[in-house]
Design a protein. Structure first.
Length: 149
């Protein structure tokens, strides 16, 4: 995978879902990852909110998770994510990186449980989406950290 220069840049991950998009960011040194917020996919102000998020967080790149099936086939959500990515690339001026996010939702649940989050908190709308975005970002950084030095 060809990556844009990411050293010293803040990176965000987006976990696209049919109803919500979870957001997470990392610092410039790629040490900490923080779940941030959720955006509603059908909100009329979605693109304005994404641009505002990029500006406020001073981002240098965005990672978007795509669940890749082992057999290479595409599910309906993958087609929606690909359409979202195409639009995102026309709406923002920073690099958009596609990344395999298979099993990030399951990892998000395990992360919430391991972190001691109560069942009621885990069921809050959007909590799973934010944590899944953080998981995507963590896996991305682990896979590609050798390129950031």
């Amino acid at each position: 995978m060809d990556l844009p220069p990411l050293k010293g840049k803040r990176i965000a991950a987006l976990d696209f879902g049919t109803k919500r998009i979870g957001l997470a960011v990392t610092d410039e040194l790629h040490i900490t990852i923080s779940p941030r917020d959720i955006l509603l996919t059908d909100a009329p102000e979605l693109w304005d909110n994404i641009r505002r998020f990029i500006q406020i967080e001073r981002l240098g790149a965005v990672v978007v998770g795509i669940p890749i099936k082992e057999d290479g086939s595409k599910t309906s959500i993958v087609k929606r994510i690909e359409k979202f990515i195409l639009k995102l690339k026309t709406e923002i001026e920073i690099p958009v990186i596609e990344y395999d996010e298979s099993f990030s939702t399951q990892a998000a649940f395990q992360t919430m449980i391991a972190g001691g989050m109560k069942k009621k908190q885990r069921r809050q709308k959007g909590m799973k989406d934010k944590i899944a975005a953080a998981v995507i970002l963590r896996y991305f950084l682990e896979d590609y950290e050798r390129f950031f030095v």
